[in-house]
Write a protein that binds this ligand. Structure first.
Ligand SMILES: [Zn+2]
Length: 305
């Protein structure tokens, strides 16, 4: 533990802040510029390239096939970059990414956007901390979804911390608002959902992290299936130790229904979404989120993690 008097907190803070400097500079470039200018700005270009990289990862891991899957991220609180319809995630180009608002109106970009955008927009409307969404069809996790099986808890630490609880949302026709609405009950307190008879959806602070959750979930489901072939019951991590993992998760600012209280508070108790901040509030909101992440990392470092 970090109880030594020789810990140089200032040096740790400087080091952490220096690693976030690029993101801080991006935030400074995000005042209330017109959408067209934002869409062609260097921060938007960086986000589009991150979407392309994640598209390739999904395809290479066989998490998407044909034109399946879709990826989006917020450029601002109410403007979302997203992948096009009817394109392989392996072949995406920067010019294929378009910008839509939370009402599903295309604001910039020539390529018709994904028909699954309603799922993404519904998640953004109900969870302000969701900055990026990845939807895909990884085979092992999808096997759980087509059998309506919630993956067990308390078996592997990494799964507990980065996903933990992945409910199965009820089936509805893909591409419809009714389908998008099936995830609403889970959006505030989870970051990953199994979509019945379909696939999965994950959300996080970045596109890269949302894709990591897909990897963690699919690998976990595969491991559980392999263990089942051994014909022996699973051993579980003791409850108290699971509690340690859930507390670590809280420090990392990751949502979990096992936290005493939801961390994000973006959804009111009556299930109605909170008002989404306007473009003017974007810098302040994102700086708040960044501050939370820096504070969480600092806390973890000072505790010797
Ligand atoms: Zn799908």
């Amino acid at each position: 533990m970090g109880s030594s008097a020789s810990v140089d907190v200032d040096a740790i803070v400087r080091e952490i802040v220096s690693r976030y400097r690029e993101e801080i500079e991006r935030l400074r470039a995000l005042p209330s510029a017109p959408p067209e200018r934002l869409f062609h700005s260097p921060p938007a270009r960086a986000l589009k390239e991150e979407i392309l990289a994640v598209g390739k990862k999904l395809w290479l891991r066989e998490f998407v096939d044909g034109n399946g899957g879709n990826i989006s991220c917020r450029l601002t609180d109410d403007l979302v970059l997203c992948t096009p319809t009817l394109r392989s995630k392996y072949d995406l180009r920067v010019e294929d990414i378009s910008l839509v608002d939370l009402n599903n109106q295309r604001v910039c970009g020539a390529a018709p956007h994904t028909s699954e955008i309603l799922l993404h927009l519904t998640i953004y409307k109900h969870n302000r901390d969701a900055r990026a969404v990845v939807h895909c069809h990884p085979p092992h996790a999808t096997a759980f979804s087509i059998t309506g099986t919630v993956p067990p808890q308390g078996v592997l630490p990494e799964y507990e911390v980065f996903v933990g609880v992945a409910p199965v949302s009820p089936y509805d026709t893909p591409g419809t608002q009714a389908f998008a609405d099936t995830v609403i009950p889970y959006v505030a307190d989870h970051n990953t959902i199994l979509l019945a008879n379909h696939g999965i959806v994950c959300w996080a602070d970045t596109v890269t992290h949302a894709e990591w959750q897909a990897e963690v979930l699919d690998t976990y489901c595969r491991t559980i299936m392999l263990a089942a072939q051994l014909g022996r019951p699973l051993t579980h991590i003791p409850d108290a130790k699971v509690g340690d993992l859930v507390r670590l998760k809280k420090k990392l600012n990751l949502p979990d229904p096992r936290h005493e209280k939801s961390l994000n508070g973006a959804t009111a108790p009556n299930g109605k979404p909170s008002p989404v901040p306007t473009l003017d509030g974007v810098a302040e909101e994102r700086i708040n989120l960044l501050s939370k992440r820096i504070a969480a990392e600092l806390a973890a470092r000072l505790n010797g993690h």
